[in-house]
Design a binder for this molecule. Structure first.
Ligand SMILES: O=C(O)[C@@H](CO)OP(=O)(O)O
Length: 230
């Protein structure tokens, strides 16, 4: 017997996705197209008759608002929504706010690829005096200072995402709860790497489109079995 217990969705397009700017932990709204993508995701879930017991998202509004649009349109506004910084996008250090094409022209295609897609490389860090240091943002008051990022590799992101998965989400899956996670391109790539045991080179090639539901199936012992997009 298999269980379709988990759907992962990358938030709809944000205003900075539209302008091709690195976003990371910056809290940017959905574009109109992004709102439509979230609605489309809801329609697909409805068409396939997916039902959920609980939902999880980050503390960034492009993911939260995508989740709200989805829940509203599948008549699931009543289910619990749990928000946690551990599902945030990867912190992109000094690259946040910069145009990706301009970064590529300045630093070259190879450096750009390493910063964006290598598993272990971390973009240059922002300083703790930077106005965008998350430690200056009250939503992160409860995080121990040593865990507040100033830049992250995908490996760093995976560490916090997998901690959250194992402590908070997996126990619910094992109770046979149906779970919806709406998060970010890289926080979800890191979760997929972990669940599907994808190696460090292969994960560089995996891209997630905005607003596309990914279905995860688990076997009878709740080991991840396969995943596919709707
Ligand atoms: O800017 C970001 O935060 C991410 C996702 O939009 O970008 P990338 O796909 O380049 O990792």
């Amino acid at each position: 017997m298999s269980h379709q217990n988990l759907i992962l969705i990358r938030h709809g397009e944000s205003l900075w996705n539209q302008k091709n700017q690195f976003t990371g932990w910056r809290d940017i709204d959905l574009s109109q197209k992004g709102e439509q993508e979230a609605l489309q995701a809801a329609m697909l879930l409805k068409k396939h008759n997916f039902k959920f017991d609980c939902s999880y998202t980050s503390v960034l509004k492009r993911a939260i608002h995508s989740l709200w649009i989805i829940l509203k349109n599948i008549q699931h506004s009543w289910i619990p929504v749990k928000k946690d910084w551990k599902l945030n996008e990867r912190h992109y250090g000094i690259l946040e706010g910069l145009n990706k094409k301009a970064v590529e022209l300045k630093y070259g295609t190879e450096q750009m690829h390493q910063w964006r897609r290598s598993f272990t490389i971390c973009p240059p860090k922002i300083s703790e005096t930077n106005v965008f240091f998350p430690g200056n943002d009250c939503r992160y008051n409860n995080i121990p200072k040593s865990l507040i990022p100033t830049s992250e590799s995908l490996k760093d992101t995976m560490k916090r995402v997998v901690t959250y998965w194992n402590t908070t989400i997996l126990p619910e899956i094992k109770k046979d709860k149906k779970i919806l996670i709406v998060a970010h391109g890289n926080s979800l790539r890191s979760l997929i790497k972990y669940l599907a045991n994808i190696n460090d080179n292969e994960i560089e090639k995996i891209e997630l489109n905005t607003g596309v539901p990914i279905v995860y199936e688990f076997d009878s012992t709740y080991q991840p079995k396969k995943y596919y997009t709707l």
